[in-house]
Design a protein around this ligand. Structure first.
Ligand code: ATP
Ligand code: MG
Ligand code: MG
Ligand code: MG
Length: 438
């Protein structure tokens, strides 16, 4: 992409109403635009990152054996009357009436609809187990939408739903998602800590929130710091094998959100130097809820003994759009975003210090062509902005590598490479710079 042809509405001033750094940077870097409270347009730069995050989430769901489909954003109210949640959900649900006076709603989540899909087609233990998921926009009429995409009203969620014969099998599905989430967040450059979460009236120990530690997080959390230092299981995990040891290694260490926190257990189980109390951002939430929806909705399966019983279910959410904010909260400095390479909107930024200078233009063009060919998705700043402005923009949008090319350096056969994350700069010939970047 050439910056002169791109659409990058960078703001010079810091937006006054944005309270946290990720929101400020997303507005300043021209990634999002607010259209209504908690409702955003995704401008090209933000959209690129959103798509990359979505794709990583998708790949790890697929690797764990989940199957993608797509349900609509609109749902009939009757489905929610069947589960008994229509009245109880309250004001967070956006209710809509169509021209035929039929009640619809903009889905805040999809347990009812996926259960209805399942019950139409799956009747036998032979159809199990199954994990189905989609990545779709949700709407929750949050009382206080804030912090940009962190707490929007319209937001992108990945939600998976598991279907199993019994609790033991459902636990295996739960473990798949548990491990897939650790790998997903790791690929996104995040350290997500699984924390025991409230299971509500169903009880049991099968609910975890995945939390990114950040000062601006909305939840108060308490955990053993060993959990933060533990690496992800890795992409070579055998999802058909026994995942319980990987899960146990983490769930045996203390980690709880405010609602689940037990101060005396925390003090007795965690050595003092490892007691971490911090704030965190909920980026994922997994839940086993048994037959809570399959019973009222009549999603039964015939067991090998010939008897019909309600299917055991779980649901597993990831806040895809919230993740942009969370990643920026974890990776930024005063100058702007510092994207992990896996989600960066562009792989390399080429800065042409003197457009119009024939040698510089030619060197930039050949660098651009080589980087495109290598699949590095370069952004070439070919505008007439001053060099200082170009450096600032490239830093602000957080491209991981910068290739700086100008007439003075070229005379000595040199260009400059800058690594955004560390600020390190070094000189090299164009040829060797390109071989390092490709
Ligand atoms: P929160 O506690 O932040 O309100 P939640 O517990 O209500 O979230 P879940 O129902 O568990 O959310 O939904 C799954 C995931 O969707 C959450 O873990 C979060 O990452 C994301 N999410 C929920 N609400 C929002 C929102 N308003 N804006 C952006 N992402 C959201
Ligand atoms: Mg909520
Ligand atoms: Mg929550
Ligand atoms: Mg939650």
């Amino acid at each position: 992409m050439r910056l002169s042809r791109f659409f990058l509405p960078v703001l010079k001033e810091t937006p006054a109403d944005a309270q946290i750094v990720s929101h400020r940077l997303m507005l300043r870097a021209g990634m999002i635009r607010q259209e209504a409270a908690g409702v955003y347009s995704w401008l090209p730069l933000g959209f690129r990152v959103l798509k990359k995050i979505e794709q990583i989430v998708r790949e790890e769901q697929d690797r764990a054996g989940a199957i993608e489909l797509l349900m609509p954003t609109l749902q009939p109210a009757d489905l929610w009357r069947e589960s008994g949640r229509y009245d109880g959900y309250g004001k967070e649900m956006l209710r809509i009436v169509d021209r035929h006076e039929r009640d619809l709603l903009y889905g805040p989540t999809n347990e009812e609809m996926i259960t209805a899909i399942f019950r139409s087609y799956c009747r036998s233990y032979k159809d199990l187990p199954k994990i189905l998921y989609h990545i779709q926009w949700k709407f929750r009429d949050e009382i206080r939408p804030r912090f940009g995409v962190m707490r929007g009203r319209e937001f992108l969620m990945k939600d998976s739903y598991s279907f199993d014969l019994d609790e033991a099998s459902a636990r295996r599905a739960y473990n798949r998602m548990f491990v897939a989430y650790l790998n997903t967040f790791d690929r996104l450059g995040l350290k997500a800590v699984p924390m025991r979460a409230d299971t509500g009236p169903i009880g049991g120990d099968l609910s975890h929130e995945f939390i990114i530690l950040a000062e601006t997080g909305e939840s108060e959390v308490f955990c053993d710091s060993a959990l933060v230092d533990m690496g992800a299981p890795g992409l070579d995990v055998d999802f058909e094998g026994d995942l319980q040891p990987l899960v146990d290694a983490r769930t045996s260490l203390y980690a709880a959100t405010e609602e689940m926190h037990e101060a005396d257990r925390f003090a007795s189980e965690v050595p003092e130097e490892r007691r971490l109390s911090a704030r965190g951002i909920e980026v994922g939430h997994i839940f086993y809820f048994g037959t809570k929806y399959s019973e009222p909705l009549g999603a039964n399966v015939t067991h090998p003994d010939g008897k019909d019983r309600p299917v055991h279910m779980g649901s597993y959410g990831v806040g895809v759009s919230r993740l942009l904010g969370a990643i920026i909260e974890a990776h930024h400095d005063e100058a702007g975003c510092i994207w992990p390479e896996s989600v960066a909107p562009f792989g390399v930024g080429i800065i042409n210090l003197k457009p119009g200078d024939a040698d510089t233009d030619a060197a930039c063009q050949s660098a651009y062509d080589a980087l495109v060919k290598a699949g590095k998705d370069p952004l070439l700043d070919d505008t007439n902005e001053r060099p200082g402005g170009k450096f600032a923009t490239m830093d602000l949008i957080g491209v991981p590598w910068q290739l700086i090319i100008g007439p003075r350096g070229l005379k000595e056969g040199k260009v400059e490479i800058k690594r955004r994350a560390t600020g390190e700069r070094f000189e090299a010939s164009l040829e060797s710079a390109l071989s390092q970047l490709t």
